[in-house]
Design a binder for this molecule. Sequence first.
Ligand code: ADP
Ligand code: MG
Length: 339
Amino acid sequence: MPDVIQLLPEYLANQIAAGEVVQRPASVVKELLENAVDANATQVQLIVKDAGKQLVQVVDNGAGMSPTDARMSLERHATSKIRTTDDLFRIRTLGFRGEALASIAAVAQVELRTKQRDQDTGSLLLVEGSQISSQQPVACPDGTSISVKNLFFNVPARRNFLKSNAVEMRHILDEFQHVALANPQITFSLYQNELEVFNLPAGKLSQRIVAVLGNSYKEQLAQVEEVTPFIAVRGFIGKPESAKKSRGDQFFFVNNRFIRSAYLNHAVLTAYDGLLPKDTHPFYVLFLELDPKTIDINVHPTKTEIKFEDEKTVYAIVRAAVKQSLGLHNMAPSLDFDG
Ligand code: ADP
Ligand code: MG
């Protein structure tokens, strides 16, 4: 029998790998916004057309890239954020896998403009389905602008799988919200089909929460702050009367990364024990900070799941922090809702 195993051509390997990182336009939004944050931008603009199906563009005023780095940034497993295995256990950046741009470039038409602050000219790269079709010097502002056009143009099955514009836009707004909430020190704007939907000036977390989630939270925020040598828990929770029927406005960030955790959600809920009107869900935006050595964020390519070395202690401290805040705001069960 002849041998039958072959190495996949690179474009095909890239397309397959891309499936893990890029599921929909919102995945592109997440990766590009996170790169802008990692590049220390102070201003970030997100532009989408046709719910991201036609265009997702992120413009930042961050560090920019040299011409060589601009090319390198599109390679798989190419990153400036880690170098050694040890680095993997002290991650402070949002990215580190070096896969996002390569994945995006494998399944879209990408235009990358970037300039470092100390340079006179920047670079313009055009890429389509992993192939760089041109690179040339260009006059452009400091920072980076990446346009991702016609996502999945070369993977029709995936393109057909995309949901309605309303649904895809909802996912995009979710990702935008997460990054905007986690970084109130950065000015963000969002344009949808040429219309400005959000303009969030840099400010305090409480201002950002109201700007992103709505005025209804304005008088409803109770501050949380609990700092131990093992973990710091900070942020805001909603007073019990601001709890809503719909879930949703509940956000955990671990070392500034948005994560989902049913387990920690439960910790918050039990802290509210007896305070919430029936079938309502409290609002919270909580930031947990831990030594990166004690967590593993490399569970899934999208990094929204993480593992804590000492999950039980995290649970207990989150719960205590929320309870403490509710108590400080005179909302202890014994005082409210008892008649
Ligand atoms: P990762 O973020 O995991 O390193 P990416 O594929 O997202 O991988 O990006 C690859 C590299 O390209 C980054 O490590 C960074 O050096 C560079 N890069 C990407 N986006 C930007 C940006 N907006 N500004 C500056 N550098 C960027
Ligand atoms: Mg990245």
